[in-house]
Write a protein that binds this ligand. Structure first.
Ligand code: F6R
Length: 236
């Protein structure tokens, strides 16, 4: 795991956008794994600006998002579909059919998850996976547990995650209690992983750097990825 510490969130956002743009410029048909949450907002802003300045072209890019809440429609401003449209997709030239986000309102969640994995396989896997990290060490919505969960599946969100994400909702009661999340094996199969962590992640970053691999800190599995970079902004 290659750790880059930077002084500010601004710098983190610029560097991560540059890494993603470089990947797309190297391979215009890149398959990207994408994250939501507050950390990637600056990265996506920079990518939109680069696109507007003709520095990156999304016309052949394929994306797979990490997760989606169960029960929220695409039109719901709290859904991750809505987030991605607002922050990135509706501002760049990615074809709609190249965008993949789990459908949290699927009638058959199990087959939705299986299909999601199949689609990733059909495009020969993810070239570059962007990840944020939860205060409890989750990646995607892979919450701390006794074991690592491999595949894309229905997950129950922990109280820590519900508390952390209630800022996007009217109250903690409004936060969905379940979600679909890409599994750990799927994430680890990406050829390259880029983790971004802001100054609010000091405590979990400390644990991640000190401790050995444990499913109690799901992100700790990343120590075993051959090509994983963490950009950590220590200041605002
Ligand atoms: C979001 C996701 C989550 C977030 C994590 C950090 O798609 O997969 O793992 O990356 O909860 O969220 P923020 O960036 O809001 O602190």
């Amino acid at each position: 795991m290659n750790i880059i510490t930077v002084k500010s969130y601004h710098e983190l956002s610029k560097i991560s956008a540059n890494i993603i743009a470089a990947q797309i410029n190297k391979k215009p048909t890149s398959v990207l794994g994408l994250a939501t949450g507050s950390t990637p907002v600056g990265t996506y802003k920079n990518l939109v600006e680069m696109y507007r300045n003709g520095l990156v072209d999304f016309s052949k890019v394929i994306t797979f998002n990490l997760d989606e809440y169960c029960g929220l429609s695409r039109e719901n401003p709290q859904s991750y579909y809505y987030f991605m449209m607002e922050n990135l997709f509706s501002h760049v030239n990615i074809p709609q059919e190249n965008i993949n986000i789990p459908n949290g309102r699927a009638m058959d969640i199990e087959s939705e998850c299986r299909e999601y994995e199949n689609k990733i396989r059909q495009v020969n896997g993810i070239d570059l996976q962007l990840l944020g990290i939860g205060h409890n060490g989750h990646i995607g919505f892979n919450e701390p547990d006794d074991v690592f969960h491999n595949n894309t599946r229905l997950v129950k969100l922990t109280q820590t995650t519900i508390e952390a994400n209630k800022r996007f909702f009217n109250s903690a009661e409004d936060v969905p209690k379940t979600a679909i999340s890409m599994g750990i094996k799927t994430i680890m199969s990406a050829r390259e992983i880029l983790v971004i962590a802001g100054p609010d992640k000091e405590e979990i970053m400390g644990k991640l750097l000190e401790q050995s691999c444990s499913p109690r800190i799901p992100a700790s599995i990343l120590h075993y990825h051959p090509n994983c970079t963490v950009i950590w902004a220590k200041g605002n």
